[in-house]
Write a protein that binds this ligand. Structure first.
Ligand code: ZN
Ligand code: FE
Length: 259
């Protein structure tokens, strides 16, 4: 049994800590800051950090890697196409890696950055996805390096994972994403319900993650670009027809950038 907890970092990042209590081994995803992980290890004597999983090269995801590697000797896994400090194993599409006894499959998800990868653990009851800044709860990452085509394709692949898949993304952006989702789909009941729930949760200091593919399919406008009402809203916004789902996606992404 692997327990997964969020270690908050910076203003809205989560460092996901995977824990194997039987062996007292743990792994961390995207440690932009070593501090919270080292503090956790200090508070949990006897535990060892064995693996560091990296999704992409942005500083808030790799800033703590070198220090953690030096302090703990953990193995560093990261995308082959990006510069990742202290990387031991470079990963590409379809690669499989064992982390704390779980097998993770590498999915290349270009868009936010060009070499961005996600880690997927296929499991009949509890599939897991660590997707960095690609798919967010009710939103998606900004296009810093990739094209709308690439990001739309990446999101489409993630959306096709089993609906029970738990989504561990890196940022607590859910509430502002839902504000935008409501603007895109003012009549989507699932979206308004989720907005109310997350509002309450955040008021109580809770975290809104992980999400699930099922929840994202129902409320994430970036996964709903083939819905007629979403296309109509994108057309209205752009002042022209968006003939393909990719163009609907591109219009939504540009709108969200200045929302
Ligand atoms: Zn990023
Ligand atoms: Fe980030």
């Amino acid at each position: 049994m692997i327990q997964i907890d969020a270690l908050p970092a910076f203003s809205d990042n989560y460092l996901w800590l995977l824990q194997d209590a039987e062996n007292r081994h743990c792994a961390v995803v995207d440690p932009g800051d070593a501090g919270p992980v080292l503090a956790w290890l200090e508070a949990h004597p006897g535990w060892q950090l064995t693996d560091i999983l990296v999704t992409h090269h942005h500083h808030d995801h790799i800033g703590g890697v070198a220090r953690l590697k030096e302090a703990c000797g953990a193995r560093v896994l990261g995308p082959s196409r990006e510069k990742i400090p202290s990387r031991d194993q470079a990963l590409d599409e379809g690669d499989r890696v064992q982390v704390l006894g779980l097998e993770f499959q590498v999915i290349e998800v270009p868009g936010h950055t060009l070499g961005h990868i996600a880690y997927y653990h296929a499991d009949a009851t509890q599939p897991l996805l660590f997707c960095g800044d690609t798919l967010f709860a009710a939103g998606c990452g900004r296009l810093f390096e990739g094209t709308p085509e690439q990001m739309h394709h990446s999101l489409t692949r993630l959306a096709a994972l089993p609906v029970a898949t738990r989504i561990y993304c890196t940022h607590e952006y859910t509430l502002s994403n839902l504000r935008f989702a409501k603007a895109v789909e003012p009549t989507n009941r699932a979206t308004s319900t989720r907005f109310d729930e997350v509002t309450r949760l955040r008021e109580q200091g809770g975290i809104s993650l992980p999400s699930t593919i099922a929840l994202e399919l129902a409320t994430n406008p970036f996964l709903r670009v083939t819905e007629t009402s979403v296309k109509q809203m994108a057309d209205e916004r752009a002042g022209r027809d968006n003939p393909t789902p990719t163009e609907v996606f591109a219009t939504l992404r540009a709108w969200k950038d200045q929302f």
